[in-house]
Design a protein around this ligand. Structure first.
Ligand code: KIV
Length: 286
């Protein structure tokens, strides 16, 4: 575990990456086992996304997950991470109800081992962001396609296709920047508009489905590992076909159990011979 010796990534290191023209790497994770691998791989940021609702719980929408479930995922992730910055995604309903709820819920994330929280929204969340940051809680913004609400109005289509939409997105980015976020997730926005926002805004822009001209990239880890063969958004690159590999392994196991090929001698524990002889004697007496 080489990375356990490296110091924790800080908020200023993330912000400096933009100034130094270094790309930021971020993936989602929801449990201990995958987080240990993310830690070793030296990612900059691990996000416990509210996408946990869909990829971990099989829900139709991220609106269906609440604080308790998110905090359980955070605990597993935090136990597996020593180096990357850990960001907890504030679920639908955990910050919209006001400053006091948002503060107490953000503190729950920090107590579970997160270093920062993320929340979706533009102008409507400016006061919430200002309040959280005034108490020293680092906040990551999230604009463009906002999965908690956008699909209700516009489905999952890409954003920023007209000049008017572009201006609106830019003003949202400026608003959350001025409110104090340390970085912004930009989701499913045309490459042209993403590039403009990245040039105008000073904090790092981390894109998902926004093309290459942003300060960093984030993907849902299940998508890039190919854990769901039926879901394939255009913006995802599949680095593995894990669902296929897991399926093959399960079938091989099934077959080996049925045919007696598993377990073998190397998987088996034994009694000492004299102990077994003693047992045989005892059994005979019985
Ligand atoms: O919940 C999530 O996984 C996210 C990423 C798509 C950025 O918000």
């Amino acid at each position: 575990m080489q990375n356990q010796r490296k110091p924790k990534v800080t908020i200023s290191e993330i912000m400096d990456k933009k100034k130094n023209n270094q790309k930021i790497t971020m993936l989602t994770s929801y449990d201990y086992s995958i987080s240990r691998i993310c830690n070793e791989a030296d990612l900059d940021i691990v996000l416990i996304g509210d996408s946990a609702a869909t990829v971990m719980l099989g829900c139709d929408s991220t609106r269906e997950i609440g604080m308790d479930e998110m905090l359980t995922f955070c605990k597993g992730v935090a136990n597996g991470i020593t180096r990357p910055l850990i960001v907890g995604d504030m679920p639908f309903g955990s910050y919209q109800t006001g400053k006091s709820d948002s503060i107490s819920n953000a503190i729950k994330f920090l107590r579970c081992g997160c270093d920062a929280v993320k929340l979706e929204g533009g102008r409507e969340v400016v006061d919430i962001i200002k309040n959280l940051t005034s108490f020293g809680i680092p906040v990551m913004g999230h604009i463009g396609l906002k999965p908690q609400t956008t699909p209700l109005y516009h489905g999952y289509s890409s954003q920023g296709k007209t000049a008017e939409e572009a201006v609106k997105l830019l003003s949202e980015a400026k608003a959350v920047e001025e409110a104090g976020v340390f970085s912004i997730v930009l989701e499913k926005v045309t490459s042209e508009v993403s590039s403009v926002i990245t040039q105008v805004v000073k904090v790092p822009i981390i894109g998902i489905g926004c093309g290459p001209h942003v300060d960093g990239q984030v993907l849902v880890i299940h998508d890039m590992l190919g854990l769901y063969k039926d879901i394939e958004p255009k913006f995802v690159k599949r680095y593995l076909n894990l669902s296929g590999q897991i399926f093959d392994a399960i079938k091989e196991y099934e077959n080996e159990v049925k045919t007696g090929k598993f377990p073998q001698e190397e998987h088996t524990y034994h009694m000492r011979e004299e102990e077994f002889a003693k047992l045989e004697k005892m059994l005979r007496r019985v």
